[in-house]
Design a protein around this ligand. Structure first.
Ligand code: ACO
Length: 321
């Protein structure tokens, strides 16, 4: 099987910064409640840019950092639960806008695990020789799916996009993944689609994100440490070899709890949740890109990425940069 490496990353978030104090002007909440329960201080909220628009900016930055041209890309996957259209997919629209004329394109719905699932899928295509260079994007405009009167959810989420270019390589890079889903627990995190209306039925659908926060919290603390252990066990490395753990930015307390359960030094778990909130499928690639641009992650570093969220879904990957 072929080796696969990440050769470029990029990210993009809307300019509009919304603070906890801003939120408290229209829902019954406070900076103290939000900060102490989640670690979030600010989030970026779109003033009109959709999933494709955010994705295209992140993609252009990832392509620029990789040094390839768009026509070398033969696979585009956008992980999102917020496609601008049911069809075309966001991936096809990104293809159009960046001029990647020779690519197969599709979206993937695995909520906050989306980027990890999409990276796993794109890696499998390249390892099997079915593609050579893939653009993998995680983008959400969760502000479209948020009930802005529901204080238990609207304080948590933000909008943004992150992208990676992965390529067939001589060197070892992306080692292995462990991804699983728990459909039997799906009721704990849901977001309806549009009303179901035809001449024979008329069903109203709740179009907003509804979450049983405590059940999601328990799920993450139970399953995510196990996925992280699995990808390290499946690799030639040990816990001590891992330079950084890049986890979905759902909540600071969750990150602390995962660190405690695995006895990981907190310095090895980077977080930018204070600035962006929970951007679902976008959070892992936004963190990756920020760490690379700041020089915290360097070529040769060994990292474990992990995502978890609606489905319920979770997954981890072992990567050498
Ligand atoms: N401001 C002020 N008070 C609030 C707010 C708010 N924004 N939201 C809820 N409350 C109140 C509740 O009404 C409740 O009040 P009551 O005791 O008078 O009934 C009280 O705060 C406690 O509410 P809980 O829901 O029990 O709060 P909890 O301590 O569980 O914290 C939280 C909520 C932060 C969501 C927590 O459950 C959590 O972190 N869960 C994990 C969820 C998560 O991270 N999901 C994301 C992963 S999946 C994905 O990324 C989509």
């Amino acid at each position: 099987m072929k080796n696969v490496r990440i050769i470029g990353t990029g990210s993009y978030t809307p300019d509009n910064i919304v603070s906890n104090k801003d939120l408290s002007s229209f829902v019954d909440t406070s900076d103290e409640w939000i900060s102490s329960r989640t670690g979030i201080k600010n989030r970026r909220i779109s003033t009109g840019e959709g999933t494709v628009s955010l994705s295209v900016e992140a993609a252009k930055r990832a392509i620029a950092s990789s040094g390839i041209t768009p026509d070398e890309i033969d696979l585009i996957i956008v992980a999102t639960i917020c496609s601008d259209h049911c069809t075309p997919s966001a991936a096809c629209e990104v293809q159009r806008d960046i001029g990647a004329h020779d690519a197969m394109c599709f979206d993937m719905n695995a909520a906050c695990s989306g980027f990890v699932y999409a990276l796993n899928t794109a890696t499998a295509y390249i390892k099997m020789g079915m593609a050579k260079k893939a653009l993998v994007i995680g983008t959400e405009v969760l502000s479209r799916l948020t009930d802005w009167e529901d204080r238990s959810t609207c304080v948590l989420f933000g909008d943004g996009s992150g992208a990676a270019i992965i390529s067939e390589s001589e060197e070892v890079g992306i080692d292995n993944f462990y991804c699983r889903s728990l459909g039997s627990l799906s009721e704990h995190l849901v977001c309806g689609s549009r009303d179901f209306v035809n001449p024979y039925t008329n069903q109203k659908v709740d179009p907003y994100i509804r979450m049983n926060g405590q059940e999601v919290y328990k799920f993450v603390c139970t399953y995510v440490p196990n996925a992280i252990k699995k990808v390290i066990e499946q690799s030639p490395y040990t816990f001590e070899d891992i330079d950084h753990f890049v986890l979905h930015q759902a909540n600071m307390r969750i990150l602390d709890s995962v660190a405690k359960r695995l006895k990981i030094d907190k310095d090895k778990i980077y977080s930018n949740i204070q600035s962006y909130g929970n951007t679902s499928a976008a959070s892992v690639p936004i963190v990756l890109d920020e760490m690379i641009r700041k020089g915290i992650l360097k070529k040769g570093h060994k990292i474990v990425i992990a995502g978890f969220g609606g489905g319920l879904t979770y997954g981890a990957g072992m990567i050498t940069l």
